[in-house]
Write a protein that binds this ligand. Structure first.
Ligand SMILES: [Zn+2]
Length: 218
């Protein structure tokens, strides 16, 4: 029996060349989860170096598993923020990406949290002049009548005025609908459902579901 035991150096050598299943076991995830993390460091032969993998894994931000509805809220934040950045020059976008890649390489993934905290603090600061009640105010019928209601939002025209749609947008009550098939995005899924009550349809984002994107690659 004693002959079957590996020596210390043998065990060390083994830990430097783990297969996917053993490597996944080491960091406490399924082999499939680890395989999907294509950025995980690997040896040239595809095996995993245990200590390197652990160092990389400890540097990863824990990702919460969001429900589809909460992921959808996050996706809308992304869509709205990206929309604001659409006017940016490609050179500026590349510069932002390069700076972030550099800072992440230097300080690790937690740099992303610092950036998000900076952005949120800035937005809190910018937002504080107006109360929520003022910001989300929906004008009365009489006030609406004073406006020229020349533009409606396609799908929501029957039940929502332009002003109501604008306020819905400001509250991020935006339903993303595929520009190809009209399906509604809900987190990871695309369904044939109607937008939630009181939601504006975000047609300006020109987003295609994966099925339509496959049919009509941009
Ligand atoms: Zn589609």
């Amino acid at each position: 029996m004693a002959k079957d035991k590996m020596t210390g150096p043998e065990q060390t050598a083994m830990l430097k060349r783990l297969n996917q299943q053993a490597a996944a076991f080491l960091v406490g995830v399924t082999a499939r989860t680890l395989r999907d993390r294509t950025d995980a460091p690997r040896n040239e032969d595809g095996t995993y170096n245990g200590p390197e993998l652990i160092a990389w894994w400890r540097n990863q931000l824990p990702r919460p598993s969001l429900s589809d509805d909460d992921l959808e809220r996050l996706l809308v934040v992304r869509d709205v923020v990206s929309e604001k950045f659409l006017g940016l020059d490609d050179a500026i976008l590349y510069s932002i990406l390069d700076a972030m890649d550099d800072l992440r390489a230097k300080y690790g993934e937690n740099t992303l949290i610092v950036l998000v905290e900076l952005l949120l603090a800035e937005w809190r600061d910018l937002a504080h002049d107006t109360s929520r009640a003022e910001a989300f105010y929906i004008p009365t019928e009489a006030e609406i009548r004073e406006q020229i209601l020349e533009r409606f939002d396609g799908k929501v025209a029957e039940r929502m005025t332009k002003r109501q749609a604008d306020v819905a947008r400001k509250r991020l009550h935006i339903a993303i609908v595929c520009g190809g098939c009209g399906k509604l995005r809900r987190g990871r899924q695309w369904t044939k459902a109607e937008p939630p009550e009181g939601y504006a349809v975000g047609i300006e984002y020109e987003i295609l579901c994966p099925a339509c994107e496959d049919k009509d690659p941009a």
